[in-house]
Design a binder for this molecule. Structure first.
Ligand code: MN
Ligand code: MN
Length: 466
């Protein structure tokens, strides 16, 4: 918020205020309403593909049309969606000024930490059939045993048809569980450091306990699971190898606290920014072209055809300039563009004071967080926003009364984090990191503040409209 100049000295301080103290009644009601929409979004967007699909559905409702790079650009279209392998997407709104002036970019990632499967995952041990996962992204392994899991994913059948598996979210669905040792027998492990207490190979997902009738069959429970999968989804072990199957927490998104100020849900890194950015993008009345880039694979290094390092963005930009006969090449287009990397950061957690630098960490409810730079230790792997660009953003936010605060992950030597901002910045574009502060980041149940979700949405929108 703009510094309130109570006296001369006060005006010199950089302070942030609680959204609930400063926002109008109308905006507070809007924040509540937005939170309801957000929970509905989270509930159906638990994997990268589901997130892209839901985002595309909402965009189509706002008049966007899906464009295929192999076809000619249909005449007169100014609101477009380009989807890559169902896992990343670029949405484009040409605006009044045309592509010659560059674009305003919002980039956010659609993948979250989860359990993927090993290449040959199904086995039986002690009369229990298991799927053996390989974890995806940075997790604390002790979060995952005894957390009810849902199986979500897609499988390509022998005939090339893609089918969807979605088990564990409906009221009467079964769930899947990784077991944990009872405390009575766990003395040895209880004394181990947190990071060493659970071995990744001990994280195995229970998927069956009933055998096939034929007692001559080896691994009768595993066989029964295969028969069930084949009967219901026409798949065998070969399809389990080729599939995109994810196990994610089966909890429903819920409000937290007597005052319902927070939201608890899986996958808020980074779907909270995906949602806020999408909403801002679809509603913005922009003059410049704007692009919403939803990327996959951020949690594992952004590589691959659907990650932020991919040339998919170049595919789309060169297609657009060629098809609409715009006199600008892709590099100049980037140089004239500016971007916001919409990703989450850590909120101050009073229970773990030792990890944070209290003067520099973001706080729940104080608005969207502008992060000048991320990286770790001596600013390694840091994308740093340029002073003129940050000044421009802050001026915009102060003028439009967007609740904002500064933020930084934690103590310099405590660890660190990366960001997708660098992938746009490497393309010679002005970029700044800006997102929502979370508690429990990367846990199966992350917490966000309704005030911050609304502030992020408003901030992204103000950025696109100016
Ligand atoms: Mn993230
Ligand atoms: Mn993350």
């Amino acid at each position: 918020m703009e510094n309130k100049r109570k006296n001369k000295g006060e005006g010199l301080l950089l302070k942030s205020e609680l959204f609930w103290d400063t926002a109008s009644q109308k905006e507070q009601r809007e924040a509540e309403k937005l939170a309801e929409e957000y929970k509905d979004f989270l509930d159906v967007a638990r994997t990268e593909k589901q997130t892209i699909r839901r985002a595309s559905e909402l965009a189509r409702k706002s008049g966007f049309v899906e464009i295929n790079l192999d076809e000619k650009l249909p005449k007169g279209k100014t609101r477009m969606i380009f989807v890559n392998r169902g896992k990343s997407a670029i949405m484009v709104e040409i605006g009044k000024k045309g592509l010659e002036v560059g674009a305003s970019f919002l980039i956010a990632h659609v993948d979250s930490p989860r359990m993927d499967l090993k290449v040959k995952p199904l086995y039986e041990d002690g009369g229990i059939a298991y799927l053996k996962p390989n974890y995806y992204g940075g997790i604390k392994k002790y979060h995952w045993p005894v957390t009810p899991l849902a199986m979500q994913g897609t499988v390509v059948l022998k005939n090339g048809q893609e089918i969807e598996i979605n088990i564990g979210l409906k009221e009467n669905d079964p769930v899947f569980v990784i077991s944990d040792l009872l405390p009575h027998l766990d003395n040895e492990r209880m004394d181990k450091p947190l990071g060493k207490a659970i071995d990744a190979e001990e994280l195995n997902i229970i998927v069956g306990t009933r055998p096939v009738a034929d007692k001559k069959v080896k691994d009768r429970v595993k066989m029964a699971v295969l028969e069930w999968l084949n009967k219901n989804y026409k798949i065998s072990e070969e399809e389990l190898f080729t599939a995109d199957i994810r196990f994610v927490p089966a909890y429903k998104p819920k409000d937290v606290g007597f005052d319902r100020g927070l939201i608890a849900s899986y996958g808020q890194d980074d779907r909270v920014c995906v949602f806020a950015a999408l909403k801002a993008f679809l509603e913005a009345k922009n003059k410049r072209p704007s692009i919403l880039y939803l990327v996959d694979k951020e949690e594992i290094g952004s590589i691959g055809s659907t990650g932020a390092e991919s040339l998919f963005l170049e595919n789309v930009v060169s297609y657009l300039t060629r098809e609409s006969k715009v006199e600008i090449d892709v590099y100049d287009f980037y140089r004239k563009s500016k971007g916001v990397s919409a990703d989450v950061t850590a909120a101050y957690d009073p229970d773990y004071k030792q990890a944070y630098d209290i003067n520099n960490v973001a706080q729940l409810g104080h608005g969207v967080v502008i992060e000048k730079y991320l990286g770790h230790r001596g600013k390694s792997y840091t994308m740093e926003a340029e002073p003129f660009f940050i000044r421009e953003i802050i001026n915009l936010f102060n003028k439009n009364k967007v609740a904002w605060q500064t933020g930084h992950l934690g103590k310099a030597d405590a660890g660190g984090g990366g960001s997708i901002a660098g992938y746009l910045a490497n393309r010679n574009m002005e970029v700044v990191d800006m997102g929502v502060a979370l508690l429990n980041m990367h846990a199966p149940c992350e917490l966000s503040s309704k005030a911050d979700i609304f502030s992020a949405y408003k901030g992204y929108r103000v950025f696109l409209e100016n």
